[in-house]
Write a protein that binds this ligand. Structure first.
Ligand code: CAA
Ligand code: NAD
Length: 282
């Protein structure tokens, strides 16, 4: 199956980026959001990213216009009915994702593929909410999606070979390198990255160093493009906490647990860049 019609569920940080790269590769995309304001915000986010590419001379204005024209924004899930691939990028919440997949299973053509961009939740549990577990995979993109070259492909014991082959070919057609992971919480990258980020939050909470010095340490001492507290703000502290909770639930090891500071910041609505305040102010 050659994929031309793609659905994206959730047009936040990740969903708007996923919609952009799919549209740039020539797919027609429908982004689903919960209400009109969220759909407008998703469109604005995508437009800002495309405008930035035009300003930098990486994209022609006419291509920017045709890419934008190939993406629709909707609040009606039944608009996804004719999609060949739907990529879910809604909030990192297992019950929410299961409900979305159960609804998609009712709405979307039976032979279409449903993918989740979850950062950490085992795909098997999401697939089990559908009647087509053989056509459910994890397609894990990285933030910012137009810039990062990787997609993790997560298959379960139920995923068919055809689903695996089709989704891998599609992710590669977006210009991404695909790595394959077994269905374990956190997959490859977040299993390694998130404990490191949590460690930095614990170090900051313990008063070992200032936030600036922790970040400068890893930027200048390990050549990372961002320090760990900057990166946690960039990912979103709510998403960080959800990932930590899923890792802790899977491995029952306090090493993965959300540090109290992270939990308190999320409770206070300090979610990082997306709310203008996290470890830093934006
Ligand atoms: N959307 C589109 N393009 C963007 C962008 C965005 N949000 N942010 C930056 N860019 C582009 C810029 O246009 C620029 O493009 P060119 O090189 O073509 O000119 C390029 O990225 C570099 O941008 P800047 O010069 O403005 O800024 P920078 O050099 O500081 O880089 C960064 C910004 C790419 C975000 C860099 O800081 C970086 O790589 N940070 C680390 C990102 C990272 O680790 N991501 C993974 C997060 S974890 C994850 O995603 C998994 C999960 O499940 C949580
Ligand atoms: P976000 O908070 O920026 O966006 C989530 C979006 O989902 C919001 O716009 C919200 O309105 C929408 N949403 C919530 N419920 C919905 C529903 N029922 N139907 C449609 N839309 C709904 O979050 P994000 O950072 O884009 O994360 C989305 C997913 O991508 C999560 O599973 C997250 O773990 C994963 N992810 C995040 C990153 C990152 O760095 N932030 C990286 C890779 C993967």
């Amino acid at each position: 199956m050659t994929i031309q019609r793609v659905g994206v569920i959730g047009g936040g940080l990740m969903g708007s980026g996923i919609a952009e790269v799919c549209a740039r590769a020539g797919s027609r995309v429908i982004v689903h959001e919960i209400h009109a304001e969220a759909a407008d915000a998703a469109r604005t986010r995508m437009q800002t990213s495309l405008d930035r590419a035009v300003e930098k001379g990486k994209l022609e204005q006419s291509d920017r216009d045709s890419i934008l024209a190939s993406v629709e924004f909707s609040t009606d899930l039944s608009d996804q009915a004719d999609r060949q691939l739907v990529i879910e990028a809604a909030t990192e919440d297992e019950e929410l994702k299961k409900a979305i997949f159960a609804d998609l299973d009712e709405v979307v053509a039976a032979d279409s593929i449903l993918a989740s961009n979850t950062s950490s939740i085992p795909i098997t549990r999401i697939a089990a909410a559908t009647s087509r577990a053989d056509r459910v995979v994890g397609l894990h993109f990285f933030n910012p999606v137009p810039v990062m070259g990787l997609v993790e492909l997560v298959t379960t014991v139920m995923t068919s070979t055809e689903t695996e082959t089709t989704t891998m070919a599609y992710a590669e057609s977006l210009g991404k390198t695909v790595i394959k992971a077994r269905d374990r919480a956190g997959f490859i990258v977040n299993m390694l990255l998130v404990p490191y980020l949590i460690g930095a939050i614990r170090m900051y909470e313990a008063g070992v160093a200032s936030r600036e010095d922790i970040d400068a340490g890893m930027r200048l001492g390990a050549n990372h493009p961002m320090g760990p507290l900057e990166l946690a703000d960039f990912v979103g502290l709510d998403t960080m906490k959800h990932i930590a909770d899923v890792l802790f639930d899977e491995y029952k090891d306090p090493f993965y647990a959300s540090p109290p500071l992270l939990t308190r910041m999320v409770e206070a609505g300090l979610l990082g860049r997306k709310t203008g305040k996290g470890f830093y102010e934006y």
